[in-house]
Ligand binder design. Structure first.
Ligand code: NAP
Length: 268
């Protein structure tokens, strides 16, 4: 690549972020990847590791400063860092809710605001927010996660409208189930109420089954690369048949969607 673009991928210690960073590294991009504990993060060829906690303004500022000093700025930002909280909404404290949004929503928001001035100056930028199929319906027992991803989708759509004609695009990637460490890395809701234990247990078993049969994170990485290479990237990219199936939602009444979700997760 004559003039390699600089890519910053958040959360490369495992799963999707790791595959995205590795693929861009292989393709000759200049890649920076982040982790809250880069010293514990396995090395990825051609990827420079930086510390970053997206919940912290200071950490975000320092990360962007480091990339700007090294490479002049961020051309492609991939907001991948995220996690989920398992628990009924009633079992979640307000702190659980704040923390979930601090990472999945405000984390991306902070990163975008930190890179936009440089992108605007150069008249070029690609913002890729890793959302989820779960943004299109409320996952039972992962309701905060769905809410945070739905917020991320609308935020990205707003950004895209406001950045039209600036050379900067904003897109969401909505993967279905992808086999990563997301289950091991998740948090539990603050409370555990006996009233929810049976349906939550059923949900958990179905969820684990779907995840084990989930797609390869490399599929998501290839989609992010397509966005980076596209002349004018679309707003939404779905990955996996389960995510694509959610397109049908707009043709179905809400009660039917909710019934199908309960059947799918075996909680009725
Ligand atoms: N797996 C799926 O089925 C699936 C489906 C749809 C969407 N997604 C989305 O894809 C993204 C990646 O998930 P994954 O499945 O690859 O899970 P994962 O293997 O658990 O990876 C999550 C990454 O996020 C980073 N992270 C978490 N909290 C962070 C914070 N506060 N600050 C900075 N980094 C943080 C972690 O890095 P450190 O712990 O090293 O900091 C880790 O590298 C998430 O946004 C997730 O919601 C996943």
């Amino acid at each position: 690549m004559a003039d390699p673009k600089t890519v910053l991928v958040t959360g490369v210690s495992s799963g999707i972020g790791r595959e995205v960073a590795a693929l861009f590294g292989q393709k000759g991009y200049r890649v920076f990847g982040t982790s809250r504990q880069p010293e514990r993060c396995p090395e990825i060829p051609e990827v420079a590791l930086l510390p970053l906690d997206v919940r912290s303004d200071q950490s975000v500022t320092e990360c962007i400063r480091a990339v700007t000093q090294e490479a002049g700025g961020v051309d492609i930002l991939v907001n991948n860092a995220g996690y989920l909280i398992l628990g009924a909404l009633e079992e979640c404290s307000d702190t659980d809710a704040v923390l979930q949004f601090q990472t999945n929503f405000f984390g991306a928001f902070r990163m975008v605001n930190a890179v936009l001035p440089g992108m605007r100056e150069r008249g070029y930028g690609r913002i890729v927010n890793i959302s989820s199929g779960a943004a299109d319906f409320a996952m039972p027992f992962e309701g905060l996660y769905s809410a945070s991803k739905a917020a991320l989708n609308l935020y990205t759509e707003g950004l895209r409208q406001e950045l039209k004609h600036t050379g900067i695009s904003a897109s969401v990637v909505q993967p279905g189930f992808i086999l990563t460490s997301i289950r091991e890395n998740r948090a539990a809701a603050s409370m555990n109420m006996p009233a929810y234990s049976i349906p939550k247990d059923r949900f958990e078993k179905a969820y684990s089954r779907y995840l084990e049969k989930g797609g390869n994170p490399e599929k998501v990485a290839r989609t992010v690369l397509r966005i980076a290479r596209a002349g004018s990237p679309r707003f939404r990219y779905r990955v996996g048949y389960d995510s694509r199936l959610l397109e049908l939602r707009r043709f179905l009444p809400d009660w039917l969607v909710q019934r199908l979700v309960r059947l799918y997760f075996g909680i009725d």
